[in-house]
Design a protein. Structure first.
Length: 202
């Protein structure tokens, strides 16, 4: 199950935590905060000490707010990177083929299973047209499926026949398509079919 991102603190929440942190038994005394201790000692004039201390306290609170916000951003980045890695692994290791194509059926992304079903190396497939790997019958079926998706059908299915392999037979793949949820074009899923037929000139 995909992990839900944790709620991000608001500025008021960060401020309340910063104030509580400064009121704790051991306020932080590193970096910029250490300099505030020196400034507190310099605020010795009775006429200006209250205002100086109030201002310095406000600066301390602001500094701790920044530190806490930085900590939250680091935590969020680690969490987002973990989620991204998880999604990449799901795409790369899926047992069925996944590929994305633009409106002209040009291949943009595909996983190893998808490349295997088409019968070529993945790098050689990117940027080429999916239609170039299909029989005329397969091209017709693909275009009809994508037209239905464009017309608003949530998901469509079709059997696509690939161009003949070395054995002279076309291979069938079961395809499903929907609009690409991450961008423009279409997301297509492929599974190996059981159908095959010999070409007339085989």
């Amino acid at each position: 199950m995909t992990k839900v991102l944790q709620w991000q603190p608001t500025r008021d929440d960060l401020r309340s935590r910063a104030v509580a942190h400064l009121r704790g038994p051991e306020p932080p005394a590193r970096g910029t905060l250490a300099a505030f201790g020196v400034l507190y000692e310099l605020a010795s004039s009775p006429s200006t000490a209250p205002d100086a201390l109030a201002l310095l306290h406000e600066l301390q609170v602001h500094q701790v707010e920044v530190d806490l916000q930085d900590e939250e951003l680091r935590r969020s980045r680690i969490e987002l990177e973990s989620l991204l890695n998880r999604q990449v692994k799901l795409f790369e290791c899926a047992p069925m083929g996944y590929l994305t194509v633009d409106d002209n059926a040009v291949l943009r992304e595909l996983n190893p299973a998808g490349a295997g079903l088409l019968g070529y190396e993945r790098d050689s497939l990117r940027g080429s047209s999916l239609e170039s790997y299909l029989t005329p019958e397969g091209v017709t079926a693909l275009r009809a499926m994508l037209r239905r998706v464009t017309a608003g059908v949530p998901a469509e299915f079709a059997d696509l026949f690939l161009r003949p392999a070395q054995d002279g037979k076309t291979r069938c793949v079961h395809a499903s398509a929907c609009l690409d949820p991450a961008g423009e074009g279409f997301l297509i899923g492929l599974m190996a079919g059981t159908g095959s037929k010999a070409t007339p000139n085989a």
